[in-house]
Design a protein around this ligand. Structure first.
Ligand SMILES: Nc1ncnc2c1ncn2[C@@H]1O[C@H](COP(=O)(O)OP(=O)(O)OP(=O)(O)O)[C@@H](O)[C@H]1O
Ligand SMILES: [Mg+2]
Length: 506
């Protein structure tokens, strides 16, 4: 590990980095900051949660001339939440230098952004659609940009943003520095590097596996219609502090969040059809631990750094291995440990193997817990709660009632009753989870598009053991983009094959 002071960084940035609690540079920071400060183009790949934001953020802030009021750096990210997060991190790094930043993203009132742009920010962090909008309105002038960052570049490719990026770059000087970062670099990224970069320094932090080894990875083989009950039991056994559950489609996410709430979990969903205000408020509640479970499409798979996420569940196995890497990477960040469980239906086992081949890591099979084991998990939680209350030692008046109870009952019965009242017992309130069709059978990786899976199944599963019909999954695609300017037909959450573009932004 290298000290930041050995990396040729100014005093003001060193102070900021120290204030952020960073003591030593992570390998990707050590490997890229030097080159980037020299002005080289850099393509950086390192595992999730290993500090890639500061790896581009520090040199970017270093290069800003505080006396120049023009926009000097542009950072493009695939999702709104990530754009917000990256701008927050850059703000912290540039704090001592008093660098002026602005994030621009879809779903936020454009007038407000236009007014903020008049305040002469020096760095813009944004999502492709909204950046283009501002360019077209002539409210964003990029001719002084010297540094361009593409965070999660491969995802922007997946989402079909390549045309947008091309259009943005027509407005950015060719004489510039380009930095491109992701935990995954599928072959197509090479094209981006060739098109947008000049003799880039390629920095790959070598690791045995693509995923971080402090995430324990499991899979559960389960029939589609049994998944939800297995998930509930797993949650009862694992008792995650903070968990993210990924679903394949927006409908899936809505249904899962609702079903979990019905069964007594504190869960909320997040996906691209929600208003931006709702997306932000759900994420805030999750960060503040007001909800324990975030149910999400791939909109939350990339880059989000939420401390304390202990568990990730892939309720549906992702269609492409990169998505898997990023999803599970929401846990086990910055050296912490985490646990990931991926559900796979028997027909989808081929996908599991492809994921394992890509990550170079085998997942451990997990036997679905029995109802008794799930109950035992909850009972243990009740025991812990009681022990915590005893340790707190402020039982005051309750002691009087306890003494009264003890006069009439056996101590063990009283404690058992207290435990029972604290235990969340198995709940079979019926819930509706519409079955998804399994992914098409597949044995090896190919770049061919599959059939459109976006329609989902038209069977439904009642978790209470009842089968019933609900509306079929033929919801129209109502993904929106800024000002309804964009084409429809592209769906969120990778419902097409990984190479067919999916959009979940703007
Ligand atoms: N040098 C450092 N020392 C300690 N913590 C750090 C350091 N650099 C970054 N971090 C912290 O590590 C966490 C992960 O960083 P970051 O979000 O930049 O990871 P990432 O590599 O971009 O991950 P992803 O691939 O998921 O986008 C953040 O909370 C960040 O504040
Ligand atoms: Mg990142």
């Amino acid at each position: 590990m290298t000290n930041f002071s050995e990396l040729n960084i100014s005093e003001s940035t060193l102070r900021s980095v120290k204030r952020m609690g960073f003591e030593e540079a992570t390998p990707i920071q050590e490997g890229t900051i030097r080159f980037a400060i020299e002005g080289r183009d850099v393509l950086g790949q390192a595992q999730t949660g290993t500090g890639k934001t500061a790896a581009f953020g520090i040199p970017l802030i270093e290069k800003i001339d505080p006396k120049n009021p023009n926009i000097q750096a542009l950072v493009i990210a695939p999702t709104r939440e990530l754009a917000i997060q990256v701008s927050e991190e850059l703000y912290k790094i540039g704090y001592d230098k008093r660098v002026k930043l602005l994030s621009v993203y879809g779903g936020q009132e454009i007038g407000r952004q236009i007014r903020a742009l008049k305040n002469r920010p020096q760095i813009i962090v944004g999502t492709p659609g909204r950046i283009i909008d501002h360019i077209n309105r002539r409210t964003l002038k990029l001719e002084d940009v010297q540094t361009l960052v593409l965070d999660e570049a491969d995802e922007m490719l997946n989402m079909g943003f390549i045309d947008d990026i091309n259009a943005i770059l027509e407005n950015v000087p060719t004489e510039r520095q380009t930095l491109l970062f992701s935990a995954t670099m599928p072959p197509a990224i090479r094209k981006i590097a060739e098109t947008f970069m000049r003799d880039p320094e390629i920095v790959k932090i070598k690791a045995k596996e693509l995923t971080v080894d402090n995430i324990d990875q499991y899979f559960v083989k389960s029939a589609e219609r049994e998944k939800f009950d297995v998930l509930s039991r797993l949650l009862n056994v694992h008792q995650p502090e903070l968990a993210i559950i990924f679903g394949r489609t927006k409908r899936r996410v809505d249904e899962l969040a609702q079903a979990l709430s019905i069964r007594g979990y504190l869960a909320e969903g997040i996906h691209g059809d929600l208003s931006q205000a709702k997306r932000i408020s759900v994420l805030r509640q999750f960060k503040e631990n007001k909800i324990d479970i975030l149910v999400a499409t791939d909109v939350a798979a990339r880059g989000l750094d939420i401390s304390g996420v202990t568990h990730v569940y892939n309720f549906d196995i992702p269609q492409d291995p990169e998505s898997y890497v990023h999803r599970i990477g929401r846990t086990g960040r910055a050296g912490k440990s985490g646990l990931a469980v991926t559900f796979v239906t028997p027909r989808e086992m081929g996908y599991l193997r492809i994921v394992e081949e890509t990550t170079k890591k085998r997942m451990t099979p997990l036997r679905p817990p029995t109802t008794d084991e799930a109950l035992e998990g909850q009972q243990r939680l009740a025991v812990e709660t009681l022990e915590g209350l005893i340790a707190n030692n402020n039982l005051g008046d309750y002691r009087l009632f306890a003494a009264e109870l003890l006069e009439n009952h056996e101590a063990v019965d009283i404690v058992a009753a207290a435990l029972r009242s604290l235990t969340k017992e198995p709940d079979d309130t019926p819930v509706t989870i519409t079955e998804e069709r399994p992914l098409p059978m597949r044995r090896e990786r190919s770049n061919k598009r599959s059939n459109d899976r976006s329609r989902g199944g038209n069977r439904s599963f009642s978790g209470g053991g009842r089968r019933e019909n609900t509306r079929s999954g033929d919801r129209r695609n109502n993904s929106r983009r800024d000002g309804a300017r964009r084409e429809g037909g592209r769906r969120e959450g990778g419902q097409g094959r990984s190479r067919s573009p999916r959009r979940h932004e703007d």
